[in-house]
Design a protein around this ligand. Structure first.
Ligand code: SF4
Length: 135
């Protein structure tokens, strides 16, 4: 676990990405700026440590191996498919994660109930592109 402060360079990169991704995905910053700060810092620390913005809100038995996969690189697969961010970085204007597209048994749905997508025309990019290898 890396502790301490991320480099200014990584912090800037992550901040820029996050700003862009709120707009692109039709999500909003959490009203509590402290939430945004903690997640952005965590992503930037991973960028310093692993060269990738690995999601800071999970435990990984092997971070390096995990960073080789796409699953939890921000924006993670859950975000791209379900528009759900369990770190609360990309949320609705009330600071709640969007759960509308999650499977009903997913823990996000069980925790937050049904939270509708305020901008259904944006985000969920992995459901909108054609994957030639997808069956
Ligand atoms: S849950 Fe996904 S979208 Fe949210 S911060 Fe983590 S990697 Fe990024």
């Amino acid at each position: 676990m890396s502790a301490g402060t991320p480099s200014e360079k990584s912090l800037k990169k992550v901040q820029k990405f996050v700003e862009h991704y709120w707009e692109k995905s039709g999500t909003f910053p959490h009203p509590d700026k402290g939430v945004v700060e903690v997640v952005v810092n965590g992503l930037a620390q991973h960028l310093d440590e692993l060269g990738k913005p690995l999601c800071p809100c999970n435990f990984y038995p092997d971070k390096k191996a995990e960073a080789e996969k796409r699953t939890w690189i921000c924006a993670c697969e859950e975000m791209k498919e379900y528009k759900y961010c369990h770190c609360l970085l990309f949320v609705n204007p009330d600071g709640l994660p969007i759960t509308e597209y999650l499977p009903e048994t997913h823990e996000g749905r069980l925790t937050y109930g049904l939270v509708k997508d305020p901008t259904p025309n944006k985000g969920r990019e992995s459901t909108k592109v054609t994957h030639p290898n997808r069956v």
